[in-house]
Each structure stands twice: as structure tokens, then as C-alpha cells.
Design a binder for this molecule. Structure first.
Ligand SMILES: [Zn+2]
Length: 168
């Protein structure tokens, strides 16, 4: 499988993940510096061999407006480790508004959690306190690093020293 390349801004904050061809073009244009390589891989062309970049850094600071990780079902489940945040079940997962919408609860990272169907139905239109349920973890807004760390652990250990996996 072809490995992906992590792109960092000049201040070392992650900004993108690109295919290796794109990383090589940026290298040849002198737009990036390579900070880390996949040591076990080599890129061969007809006449040359190149080291395979794992992490590259832009040579000039680019102001890239970061919109944050998309709030959707898949990303919410990933943030919560695919576990109901009330009982820990991994089955029949749904999305729960901690403070119900009918009570003014917002649709954002801090008010949405993964809940199994059973807990969701049991909780109904109540707050966790009213329903006697406790959250297993505090909901947080995940950073790009948080999601990249997930990929890095499985496919790209070379990225890990460059990722700040703390969450905001
Ligand atoms: Zn549950």
C-alpha cells in the first residue's frame, strides 16, 4: 500500500496529508523540507532512487484557515472510541444530545456524544442528571492531530513525534 505524507506548516502544525507524488513535486520545487522518511521504502524511477518522505514541512508559512474536524456521525463515533458514553456498549450506536434540543441543547462537539440505542431511549428528553446517567468522559472538540494520530498508529509511526495529540 502506498504511504501518505504528512505536511506541516512552518510552525510545525499539521496542515494536510498528501500522496507521495505530490510530496515529491513540492520537494523538487523546493517548497518543502523533508523532516522524516519511511526508512524501509524507496522510490525508484527509471534512472534514480529516492528516499520515501514521511513528514514534510513547508518552507514558508502559509496562512491556512483551519475549519476544524468535520462534525459528523463517523467522526463523533471515532472521538468517543465507538463506545456508548453512558454504558460503554459498542452496539447499536446513536448520537445523543446531552442537553436535549427541546431544552436548548446545541448541536456541537460539547453537547453531542455517542450513545447506544438503549441508553438513548432510556434517557429520552431528560438531561443526564434527570435520567440518573453519568458520562464516562468529558466531550471535547478533537484536533486534526487527534485524528491523524489514529492513522499514524496504524500506518505511519514516523508521524507520531510530529503530532500533538492533546485535545482542546
Ligand atoms: Zn449505552
Amino acid at each position: 500500500m502506498e504511504k501518505r505524507v504528512l505536511v506541516l506548516n512552518l510552525d510545525h502544525s499539521p496542515v494536510a496529508v498528501v500522496p507521495v507524488q505530490k510530496a515529491l513535486v513540492l520537494t523538487f520545487l523546493d517548497k518543502v523540507s523533508c523532516l522524516s522518511f519511511y526508512e524501509s521504502l524507496i522510490i525508484r524511477t527509471v534512472t534514480k532512487e529516492y528516499r520515501y518522505p514521511a513528514v514534510i514541512r513547508l518552507n514558508e508559512y502559509r496562512n491556512i484557515p483551519y475549519k476544524g474536524v468535520l462534525l459528523n456521525r463517523a467522526n463523533l463515533f471515532r472521538r468517543d472510541g465507538h463506545e456508548c458514553q453512558y454504558c460503554g456498549s459498542r452496539k447499536h450506536l446513536t448520537i445523543d444530545h446531552i442537553i436535549p434540543r427541546s431544552k436548548g441543547g446545541k448541536t456541537n462537539w460539547y453537547n453531542l456524544i455517542t450513545a447506544c440505542h438503549r441508553c438513548n431511549v432510556y434517557k429520552g428528553d431528560k438531561t443526564p442528571d434527570q435520567a440518573g446517567l453519568a458520562l464516562r468522559t468529558e466531550p471535547f472538540k478533537p484536533t486534526l492531530s487527534f485524528f491523524l494520530a489514529d492513522y499514524a498508529e496504524r500506518h505511519a509511526e514516523e508521524w507520531i513525534p510530529f503530532l500533538d495529540v492533546r485535545t482542546v
